[in-house]
Design a protein around this ligand. Structure first.
Ligand SMILES: Cc1ncc(COP(=O)(O)O)c(C=O)c1O
Length: 438
């Protein structure tokens, strides 16, 4: 393995990165195993974020590594347009089991962004197939993150991700976000206040008429915008209103899928079943890019009842790539054999207590937790939004822990295989950093 620094870092245009700042003082990872990364200087770095929310079973999980190795030697690539390979079909059946058969079908993509755009396109085509072609409006939510495709940024609600890329999709509206520090600060699990914000959908329906609205898309727990947890009853209310008005409900479970809340999906946790679910990340334990859209039977039926021929003019060259299928099949086995969800449940209370023990430290203005997710909100430095949390991120990396920040919020989402000793290490170091932060 080449563990030396790259000869030049100028050509790689890094995503979602302050390139000039990074290249002046880079953070380079060269290997990973279990709960830890190793950096280019040989330091170990505890992974408090499962990479980018995508490694529930821990890094370099041996069974998944072996499955990918075996597949690459056997079938490097096979198309899934008018062709197929067994692992893609086997995986689909296993995924239906994993969803508890609440969904009938799965469509493969290569990322969360592609899963979102696929689900949005399916929603439009579904209504058209059923003779309701006027349902073209898409409803997202303020502060929502649905990846970076044009569909995803149109329904997304993070200003910085949208404002330089217009014009975006027409006919999009947004629900208000549910974040309310005055009423819900320091909540454990679902906050008490805000279920009524789902009723804003009635306002949007009154404005545009239900017959023009195709779908509502929300993250059950918003991650990238800084861990926004739905108020008690909010998602149930949203489900009721969508059903009442014939609007499809899409849950974007790209981060909540595959155990993040200690249940297989967030829809299990909240007991609210949407019409479609988007997933990615943990699906392959982050090892090979893959995304997916799970659809209820009635969505699929609307296409299969149509005229003979190709039912959906959509797909990606790498939809159902053999390596991704091998990684996902092995990931599902590891979830079962290693009882990944049981471990997540076993440490959840210890995790929650440890996060909330940071209350009262300098700059901390809120702490919110659900499953194995935590958001720690810091007061911003005047005139420099995001600078305080980013400085914590840099100090943490230097001290051997990987955290993630968005604005002035620290978001934590460790691999689900973590143990109490990792929780002690993570919060011991984080407490010291917060105590010494400007
Ligand atoms: C909720 C949600 N949707 C979509 C995406 C986009 O996924 P990707 O980066 O794989 O395109 C993300 C990524 O963090 C996400 O958190």
């Amino acid at each position: 393995m080449n563990e030396s620094r790259p000869a030049s870092m100028s050509s790689f245009w890094m995503p979602f990165t302050n390139n000039r700042d990074f290249k002046a003082n880079p953070r380079l990872l060269v290997s990973a195993e279990g709960m830890y990364y190793k950096d280019v200087d040989g330091n170990t770095v505890l992974d408090g974020t499962a990479g980018l929310w995508c490694v529930p079973c821990g890094h370099a999980q041996p069974k998944i590594v072996a499955a990918v190795r075996e597949m690459v030697g056997q079938l490097d690539f096979a198309p899934t347009f008018q062709m197929g390979h067994p692992a893609a079909f086997d995986l689909a059946e296993k995924l239906m089991d994993y969803t508890g058969h609440r969904f009938g079908h799965v469509f493969y993509t290569n990322s969360g962004s592609e899963a979102v755009d696929t689900a949005l396109k399916m929603a439009l085509a579904y209504h058209r197939a059923r003779g309701e072609a006027g349902r073209t409006r898409l409803i997202g939510r303020e502060r929502g993150y649905h990846g970076v495709g044009f569909g995803g940024i149109s329904v997304g609600g993070i200003g910085g991700n949208r404002r330089t890329f217009g014009p975006l999709l027409p006919g999009v509206d947004h629900l208000p976000h549910t974040h309310n520090l005055e009423k819900n600060a320091y909540s454990r699990g679902e906050p008490e206040h805000g279920a009524n914000l789902a009723d804003e959908l009635e306002r949007i329906v009154a404005l545009h008429d239900a017959s023009t609205i195709a779908a509502v898309i929300v993250e059950p727990v918003a991650g990238s915008t800084g861990v926004l947890i739905p108020p008690k009853g909010y998602l149930k209310r949203l489900r009721e209103l969508c059903t009442k008005h014939g609007i499809l409900l899409i849950f974007d479970e790209v981060i909540t899928g595959f155990g993040r809340l200690t249940t297989p999906f967030a829809f299990d946790y909240f007991d609210v079943i949407p019409d479609m679910v988007t997933a990615a990340k943990g699906l392959t334990n982050g090892m090979v890019p893959m995304g997916a859209v799970f659809t209820q039977q009635h969505i699929h039926d609307a296409f299969m009842d149509g005229p003979a021929g190709i039912e959906l003019f959509h797909g990606y060259t790498y939809s159902g790539h053999p390596l991704a299928c091998a990684a996902a099949l092995a990931t599902l086995e590891v979830f079962e054999e290693q009882k990944i969800l049981d471990n997540a449940k076993a440490v959840q209370e210890y995790w929650t207590d440890a996060v909330h023990s940071l209350k009262g430290l300098p700059h901390v203005i809120d702490i919110r937790t659900i499953g194995l997710v935590a958001g720690i909100e810091l007061a911003p430095i005047d005139g420099k939004p995001g600078a305080r949390a980013f400085s914590a991120f840099k100090k943490a990396f230097a001290d051997g822990v990987l955290i993630r920040t968005t604005g002035d919020i620290i978001a934590l989402s460790p691999p689900l295989v973590l143990e109490k000793k990792h929780i002690d290490e993570l919060f011991g170091k984080l407490a010291t950093i917060l105590k010494n932060l400007d």
